[in-house]
Design a binder for this molecule. Sequence first.
Ligand code: PMP
Length: 359
Amino acid sequence: MSQYWSPLVSTLSPYVPGEQPKITNLIKLNTNENPYGPSPRAVAAMQAELGDSLRLYPNAESASLRRAVATMHAEHGIREENVFAGNGSDEVLAHAFAALLKHERPLYFPDISYSFYPVYCGLFSIAYEQVPLDEEFGIRLADYAGDAGSGAGAIIFPNPNAPTGRALPLTQIEALLQQRPDIPVIVDEAYVDFGAESAIPLVTHYPNLLVVQTLSKSRSLAGLRVGFAVGDVALIEALTRVKDSFNSYPLDRVAQAGAVAALEDHEWFEQTRQRIIASREALVVGMQALGFEVLPSAANFVFARHPQHDAAQLAARLRERAILVRHFRAPRIDQFLRITVGDEAQCEALLQALTAITQ
Ligand code: PMP
């Protein structure tokens, strides 16, 4: 606290990111980073950008990156005007909260979900309602439509959800969109490439749908900070109006060059994501054999609990063995651990440590 703070600052409850420890040799499975490096073509493109051109401002509209996203989804009628790019999907989400999710009626999102959503609501003074997940920790979209959802002024949810990893089928998302053409619906697809269906093909049919994705996870560029949104031209215009009232150049030259090359390297993307999916499936089998209950995951992490072992203690004992996982001290999920799927050796080391601790 300080007399110099604005009244707003003292009301904020900022997001607490997962630990980024200084110690090396840790097995870091706490922030859903990709264990494989980014595309070598992306690294080369970024290196090529490191020169005299850095004295010039970057392209303010991230035009080549938006074109690259549009090209990937051209078969679904997506054009450059349907794409917005930002400094990580967190920034894209922040602009979307300000541009699209602040209405008289409250924003609806799941009670167990990405913990940044209530933080943005605090920053932008957005009223919100947290809709409980069902008994199996799934999102019940019926609660967002019909009578149950009639109070909503806007809707946001991740697919797959975080930190549960559970995915909704596209048919259910489309059913929601058919019932709620009256309000903005945002699907946060940070983890979609690891096993869920993207809602991008629905964008040209539903002018209230905004889909947000990131290059942090499946493209292994968390350190570069690139995210994007796909939606109707009017929604993109709203985001652009907020961006240009905040920071005209959110993506630097290196990020724009690296992101385009990463999106174009389909082979690297496919190889690394398939390896992560295979490791996840093996990890689930291994953890189940140790007695863990693991929620079905379509993401690059698993969410699991052990009926005989306290989650906070498990996390502490893994830490003693130099393995970091994420534990949330929150209602309903305080007996779960969220564990990022690492490479094959990291998954093996994790299973060995869990065996030693639990058996
Ligand atoms: N959405 C969800 C559901 C996430 O878990 C994350 C990662 N913390 C993000 C968005 C933001 O990712 P980034 O800003 O790295 O694109």
